[in-house]
Design a protein around this ligand. Structure first.
Ligand SMILES: [Mn+2]
Length: 324
């Protein structure tokens, strides 16, 4: 059976539907979940429950409008997981033990991560597509479901963000065609990019602190953020979401590491210009993402994590040189 038919059949036959996005949600994850809400609404005439283990950053409030995410997983028959490479991206470590209850449920898995573990009963994984939103947009188009505002805006936010405003290498002819179609449906690119790029003053002060920690060696850049800096600037962790792009934008920096001190360990964002595959590198530490952008959490201090990660990068560089 064609996957679209199967998708519609699964949505139609299940009663209690939960749409879930990943921990530390970004615009693509949130928008992908909301757009699936519209898909469910189309066939069931009611909205599903939206689940995210983390709080939704306030700056995405305008995408949510009056829809809400719950942080406690309710009883359900069908889980639609979006933008999540594995079930562990949806549930915290603690909740993860509950993953057993998923075995008996229907799961639709819609994602664009190469490392996706195909954990669904229906897997719609397109690793070459820019964003989860782009995949879902195609589903709407192929099912001939009319897209109106605000759904058009939701799609646009996801695609815009995940392509860094249509500049990352994942931006394709199809991506731009979709963006153009969405604009023809009434999306206004100017105000949306203003909202998505808006920074808080405390976040901007935090950026200035973080940038002072930059160290560059052999085209690898590293910088870090401590809990103390957050306190000093009265800022929140979410304020630092895009900081790594400032490091990666420096001429001659080919690989970037941004280390953030968390309560239990360090979270690292990785960027590459393509010289090495940071998805593969992050996977060695239990993380993942994409070839050029990935992330990982380790139970180490910033200092230890920096040493370990830099060692891994250098290992990749040496392997490259050997294979030349
Ligand atoms: Mn995504």
């Amino acid at each position: 059976m064609n996957y679209l038919k199967k998708l519609v059949q699964i949505i139609k036959k299940n009663r209690r539907i939960v749409v879930a996005t990943h921990i530390d949600p970004d615009a693509d994850g949130i928008s992908a979940a909301l757009s699936c809400g519209y898909l469910v609404k189309h066939y069931k005439r009611r909205i599903p429950t939206f689940f995210c283990h983390s709080q939704i950053p306030r700056k995405y409030g305008f995408v949510l409008s009056n829809w809400k995410f719950v942080r406690q997983l309710p009883e359900f028959d069908l889980l639609i997981a979006v933008d999540s490479a594995a079930i562990s991206r949806i549930f915290s470590d603690v909740d993860h033990s509950k993953a057993g209850i998923l075995d008996s449920k229907s799961i639709i898995n819609i994602d664009h991560h190469k490392s996706n573990t195909a954990f669904g009963s229906l897997n719609i994984i397109r690793e070459k597509v820019s964003s989860a939103c782009e995949i879902i947009y195609t589903i709407f188009r192929d099912l001939n479901i009319k897209i109106r505002r605000p759904l058009a805006e939701i799609f646009y936010c996801g695609i815009y963000s995940e392509t860094g405003g249509f500049v990352y290498p994942n931006t394709t002819h199809e991506t731009l065609t979709m963006a153009s179609e969405l604009v023809s449906l009434g999306v206004e690119p100017g105000p949306i990019s203003k909202k998505l790029n808006a920074k808080t003053l405390s976040g901007t002060l935090l950026l200035s602190e973080v940038l002072k920690t930059i160290v560059i060696e052999d085209s690898v850049g590293a910088m870090h953020l401590t809990q103390n800096m957050l306190k000093r600037c009265n800022a929140k962790m979410v304020d630092s979401e895009h900081f790594v792009s400032f490091l990666q934008a420096i001429r001659n920096v080919r690989v970037s590491l941004f280390l953030r001190e968390e309560k239990e360990g360090t979270r690292i964002s990785l960027r590459s210009d393509g010289i090495i595959d940071v998805d593969e590198l992050a996977a060695r530490f239990g993380g993942g993402g994409h070839r050029l952008a990935a992330g990982v959490r380790v139970k180490m201090s910033i200092k230890e994590a920096k040493i370990e990660l830099l060692r891994a990068v250098r290992q990749d560089f040496r392997r490259l040189r050997r294979n030349k």
